[in-house]
Design a protein around this ligand. Structure first.
Ligand code: NDP
Length: 496
């Protein structure tokens, strides 16, 4: 007997008629009783799940995180418990604005989403290849993303929409500067850094909180496309990043990133001159130097893209004991919106999909039940309410420890860009000033290229408004962009 598997229907019936439909006579109409035809067609009609509204185009791989340095004085998280400890993980990298079929080399931030399978549950670090973001309040997020998508009338991407928003919201300037630099077109994902971007907490065994920024620095070295090469690669190989990552892993050339952290003792957050929870700002390395933690290596391609990468659901809400949130408003917004997006895209039971399920969790132990696609036995006959007198679920009080956050304030519609929060210019200017001559030239030329796409009746207004921001960041940067756009400079553009 053949050892090969039999062709079967979804319900397990072996069959052979996989190409020809049951018909009345050789040339006659088809019979509805050939349900295999309907099964094939109906399943095919349902193959697509909702595309991620952002980060739709992505690729990923499995790997290992290894601790190289002891940070137990900052955190009791088991993943960092001892030098040499290894933790399995998976990574997904993505562009942000493009659709699922868009090109990998578009100028765009890159998503850098990681899921670490730890004994205390999955820890997800869902960041980008940039340490900052365009907006600092989640209420602005959908407006901002609309500007990166297609114009409702033309159904085309619109530089006018993008620069209109950015020029009206100068808090975006820092991220726009990084986006317009050569790091806006990374040479695949292996050559870019990843950042947790938000401020998170670390909590140690004495219940002390430290604020933390996570940095994953590429061991392959930073390498970027020039704007021209990135544009060309869009046509030559729109799947450049996917191919580059997969091929290198297949060849045993495993990419690595060094995890380093910046640590701020909780008390310092109160009077640090920069709001440490503002996602449009970095913590300068001079104030908070990088501390080595470990190495992440990607070493296994997924067997099935849809099962393991499309269905991967990461969320900054997924923390573990020893890691906590912070008052970063964008983080607070994402804690709700990411699981919400997964419930919409994958269903209420998305955590049961094998790639999302914590391998250390033998069975679910809680009081959530039912819902579409509940496939794990639904916790059998165990009680579905709490408290109860019957079950064997114990609440482990040792996990309760979380140092209290002191909040002494009134609820109000605070302006995120009010005085002391409105310096949108120093850090983008600092970035421009640390760039070498060539990087500065490329930045200016990339900005000029991108701003040249602004058109329509408000063109001059938008261009001038944005030019003022470049001047305020750095006069040389402003003058370079004005010159490239052929705009006459007006004294008022220099005034902060
Ligand atoms: P440092 O000189 O200590 O650090 C500069 C940082 O800038 C390095 O981490 C470097 O990354 C990174 N960098 C260099 N070119 C670019 C680019 N085109 N886009 C994004 N990052 C780049 O100075 P500071 O810490 O005082 O920061 C100065 C400016 O550097 C900041 O205003 C910010 O714009 C940028 N930056 C700062 C980071 C931080 O956490 N402090 C992180 C990333 C950027 P690498 O070492 O990998 O080359």
């Amino acid at each position: 007997m053949s050892k090969k598997n039999k062709l079967t229907t979804s319900s397990g019936r072996p069959y052979v008629e996989n190409e020809d439909t049951l018909s009345v006579g050789r040339r006659g109409p088809l019979l509805i009783e050939d349900y295999i035809l309907h099964e094939k067609m109906s399943h095919f009609n349902r193959e697509r799940i909702p595309e991620r509204v952002v980060h739709a185009k992505g690729s990923g791989a499995y790997g290992t995180f290894t601790v190289t340095h002891d940070i137990t004085k900052y955190t009791k998280a088991k993943i960092f418990s001892k030098v040499g400890k290894k933790t399995d993980m998976i990574a997904r990298f993505s562009t942000v604005g493009g659709e699922k079929g868009s090109a990998d080399t578009e100028r765009d931030p890159r998503g850098f989403a990681l899921k670490f399978y730890t004994e205390d549950g999955n820890w997800d670090m869902v960041g980008n290849n940039t340490p900052v973001f365009f907006v600092k309040d989640p209420k602005k997020f959908s407006d901002f993303i609309h500007t990166q998508k297609r114009d409702p009338y033309t159904n085309m991407k619109s530089p006018t929409m993008m620069w209109d928003f950015w020029s009206l919201r100068p808090e975006s300037l820092h991220q726009v500067t990084i986006l317009m630099s050569d790091r806006g077109t990374p040479y695949g994902v292996r050559h870019m850094n990843g950042y947790g971007s938000h401020t998170f907490s670390l909590i140690n065994k004495d219940n002390e909180r430290f604020y933390v920024k996570f940095h994953f620095k590429t061991a392959q070295g930073i390498k970027n496309f020039t704007d021209k090469d990135a544009m060309e690669m869009r046509g030559i190989d729109p799947d450049f990043s996917q191919r580059d990552l997969m091929k290198n892993i297949e060849d045993g050339n495993y990419p690595k990133w060094n995890l380093r952290i910046q640590v701020m003792p909780e008390a310092e957050a109160l009077d640090y001159h920069i709001n440490p929870f503002d996602l449009t700002k970095v913590w300068p390395h001079g104030d908070y130097p990088l501390i080595d933690v470990g190495v992440m290596e990607l070493n296994r391609n997924p067997e099935n893209y849809f099962a393991e990468i499309e269905q991967l659901a990461t969320s900054p809400a997924h923390i573990v004991d020893g890691i906590g949130y912070s008052p970063d408003k964008m983080l607070q917004g994402r804690l709700l919106s990411y699981p919400d997006a997964h419930r919409y895209r994958l269903g209420a039971n998305y955590e049961q999909i094998p790639v999302n399920r914590c391998p250390f969790m033998k069975e679910s132990n809680n009081y959530q039940r039912d819902g579409l696609m509940r496939v794990d036995g639904n916790q059998g006959r165990k009680p579905n309410y709490f408290p109860n007198s019957f079950d064997d679920i114990e609440i482990d009080e040792s996990y309760k420890q979380l140092p209290p956050t002191v909040v002494d304030a009134e609820a109000d519609w605070f302006d995120r860009n009010a005085p002391r929060e409105d310096d949108h210019y120093t850090q983008p200017g600092n970035l421009f000033r640390i760039m070498d001559d060539q990087a500065q030239k490329n930045l200016i030329s990339n900005i000029v290229g991108a701003m040249s796409g602004i058109d329509g009746p408000k063109k001059d207004e938008i261009v001038n408004r944005q030019l003022c921001h470049w001047f305020r960041a750095d006069p040389t940067l402003g003058a370079g962009v004005a010159n490239g756009l052929g705009v006459e400079v007006d004294e008022s553009m220099f005034v902060r």
